[in-house]
Design a protein around this ligand. Structure first.
Ligand code: UT7
Length: 331
């Protein structure tokens, strides 16, 4: 008799290749900044942006296709697609468009919005369906095109972000490779990082007014978010490690949301994780929001750094404010 598989394994990863790259010196022609300032304060050297031919859905589908290929999985085997994004092509959601592009005709698909924590939140959400035995093949995609919502005249934010998409394929397995997690939100700090809807009242009929308006570009209190990240990220990683029955000394890779190299260094320092065990690709991609963790994971897997059986401690953090950590074994 076949044993019920109530665990999950991470068996494939993928990311989208974007054609257009903006270097720090390109940006110094847009705002009053320099390669020296950006590289020293953030570790970022360049980032990619979508071109007119691409969309959030096309990037997400490209990443998903690559993850399916690595996991030797047919699109029609996928039961569930969770698309972590804060920048959909359609406010009603972009996951169904991704499902159609992938040809994952059996899969139910939905968007999950948790900004830069989105991938970790989506991974943990997917795991709950799998542990209940509801779904056994799940694609978790993190994708964002913040270039659409960046104020390109604001040097404090426009130098930070890049566009991208990354994906992970999960398969049901007897042993559960998600070893521990912890998720948090604090809406009292919501004003630190926003992409808000600005309403304008319009009279409609009689005394009734309706709201029309549009979303406003990203605003961030960088110093507050920095302080929040260097305090909360080590704490939540320690909690998730505790749930996993592990210590920081036992992890093979620290995989943080790629917001700022100084944040990665500070968190690694707090946890006494040596620099060579910290995955970092922000010099090449900038901060790609929900995409940053799966892109960094995919690159590390393809470079042969992250190997089957390696313990990865991941943490996303950002708008909400929200933050989360997931400890997993690759493969
Ligand atoms: O993805 C979500 C999570 N996001 C984060 O975790 C971001 C967290 N925050 C950060 O990474 C950092 O706070 C930033 C990289 C955003 C900013 O670094 P900072 O060291 O906190 O700089 P600052 O905002 O204190 O600015 C220092 C100076 C200011 O000039 P004054 O007022 O001292 O004269 C800024 O006007 O640097 C100036 N500045 C710049 N100069 C050149 C700010 N942006 C730039 C720029 N180029 N792009």
């Amino acid at each position: 008799m076949q044993q019920t598989q109530r665990g999950l394994s991470l068996v494939g990863s993928g990311s989208a290749r974007l054609a257009a790259t903006l270097s720090n010196s390109d940006l110094s022609q847009v705002v009053d900044t320099s390669d020296e300032w950006i590289a020293t304060r953030t570790g970022i050297r360049q980032r990619q942006v979508v071109t007119a031919q691409d969309s959030l859905a096309s990037l997400a589908a490209e990443a998903g296709t690559a993850a399916l290929a690595m996991g030797n999985c047919n699109p029609t085997d996928v039961d569930l697609i969770i698309l972590a994004t804060s920048t959909p092509d359609d406010l009603f959601g972009s996951a169904a468009q991704v499902q159609a592009r992938l040809g994952a005709s059996r899969a139910v698909a939905f968007d999950l919005t948790a900004a830069c924590s989105g991938f970790v939140f989506a991974l943990v959400t997917a795991a709950q369906y799998m542990r209940l035995g509801v779904y056994s093949t799940v694609l978790v995609i993190g994708a964002d095109v913040l270039s659409r919502w960046t104020d390109w005249s604001d040097r404090r934010t426009c130098v930070l972000f890049g566009d991208g998409a990354g994906a992970v394929l999960l398969r049901a397995s007897e042993r559960d490779r998600l070893l521990g997690f912890e998720l948090r939100s604090d809406g009292t700090l919501n004003g630190c990082l926003n992409l808000t809807y600005q309403a304008e009242s319009q009279p409609l009929v009689g005394d009734t007014t309706i709201q029309t308006g549009t979303f406003q570009p990203v605003t961030m209190n960088g110093k507050e978010v920095y302080r929040f990240a260097v305090k909360r990220v080590p704490e939540i990683l320690e909690k998730a490690l505790f749930h996993a029955g592990l210590t920081a000394a036992e992890i093979d890779w620290l995989l943080l949301h790629q917001a700022n190299q100084r944040i990665l260094d500070a968190v690694a320092n707090r946890l006494a994780v040596p620099a060579e065990r910290v995955l970092s690709n922000m010099a090449r991609h900038g901060n790609t929001s929900a995409a940053s963790i799966p892109i960094a994971l995919d690159e590390a897997v393809r470079e042969g750094k992250v190997k089957t059986g390696d313990v990865v401690a991941s943490s996303g953090f950002g708008a909400g404010l929200s933050w989360g950590a997931a400890i997993f074994t690759w493969g």
